[in-house]
Design a protein around this ligand. Sequence first.
Ligand code: ADP
Length: 465
Amino acid sequence: MKKIGYVATECYPFIKVGGLADVIGSLFKIFYKNAYLFLPLYKQIKENFKIEKIGEIEVFFSDTRKEICKIYKLSNFSNVILIGNDYYFDRDEIYGPSGKDYLDNLERFSFFSKSILEVCKHLNIKIEVFHCNDWHTALLPLYLKLYYKDFFQNTKVVFTIHNIAYQGVFPSDKFIYLGLPWDYFSMDELEFYGNINLMKAGIIYSDIITTVSKRFAEEIMTEEFGFKLDGLLRKYKDKIKGIINGIDYQVWNPLFDKYIKKRYKTSEGKIANKIFLQKELSLKVGEDIPLFGMVNRLVEQKGIDLIIEKFENLIEKEIEIVILGQGEEKYKEKLLEFKTKFPQKFSFIYDFNEKLAHQIYAGSDFFLMPSRFEPCGLGQMIAMKYGSVPVVRKVGGLYDTVVDYNENGYGFTFLKDEEFIGTIDRAISIYKNKKLFKEIVKKCMQLDFSWKKSAEEYKEIYESL
Ligand code: ADP
């Protein structure tokens, strides 16, 4: 198999903010023997893992921008290369505070992308396929083509769009930091309505673009979901492919989950976890109260505004809701307010908490994902493994993975905001029929969203390039 270089800003278990980390962690694990992983050396990695310095080089952008790149590797994983520069990466956050970006993210991630190529050259690592992910790494194929063709003569690039909403858009006066000829600031290149758009580099200069579900691959080429890049993507439609993400069942499995109260194989095993969760969160304890869980970033994409808008309607029902998430301040304030108002029926934890996330998947009866758009979504697939029945909006990866109960399926789906409460009612009424609900839970738990098939598809791409 070819030598792959995974290039990403997150990878579980080293550093995680969202689903990207899970995906890269899984792929790297599967192709470990033939792969390198390149990550920024964040403060959090320094604090939690043993690392070794293996070199130091200068990375040239222009006469006015040269940066020092300290090269490290993880002590126990010699193929995890860490790109170090304390000024850029020794910070409290990965991308920026409270869901916002650091103002110098263009400098930070152009440094990351270019340094990787320079480091490979320095260490003589001949990557055959770089697999870049999201806008932070989108400059790599362009730098490769412009400045590193001699070293990487036959190297190809796969660019995966995990989220089209984040494109790396910066004011045009930052262009000088990129170390690119001015020709590249044009409509056919990186210019985007007067600004710079880094994701464009990934779209134009990679050999294949993948995105994380078949449905999303189609959606991003439409005006509704393309976030103004739909035209460009349609131009490159022949190199776009949708591959659904998988779940790592060694990490997400109620049979050997180290975080949950009681491990389980069938729906009965969930009861102890539900009671535990209710107690832990000071909710009213009751086996028969349908419990809706949500574990997600608190951003508009995830439909959190819909939950807030319909909250009074929701909470008047005989249900309980728990939300674990971090993100925008406005959502946080509102949810805290609801928590104070309905302490026995609603719990909200503003945190990033791996352990509690597992406990919510295990202890909830339903899992809420009313996302406005959803490239793939891991939450619903994890939830199903834990027998938490998904209630989702039929978009992107949620469309591909959740089939409505009314269509012989195992979940509850809706499209428009007006249908949300009706869908919740439908879920509650089925829940009351214990036998039926048990069958649905069983169906969910038996589904296979492992990486087996998708990893095979990636492998085919790597080999075909
Ligand atoms: P996205 O990548 O858009 O954030 P996904 O559904 O693809 O959404 O993946 C989210 C991943 O992050 C899941 O593994 C989920 O459990 C985890 N996650 C999200 N928010 C939190 C949180 N506050 N605490 C713990 N885990 C979280």
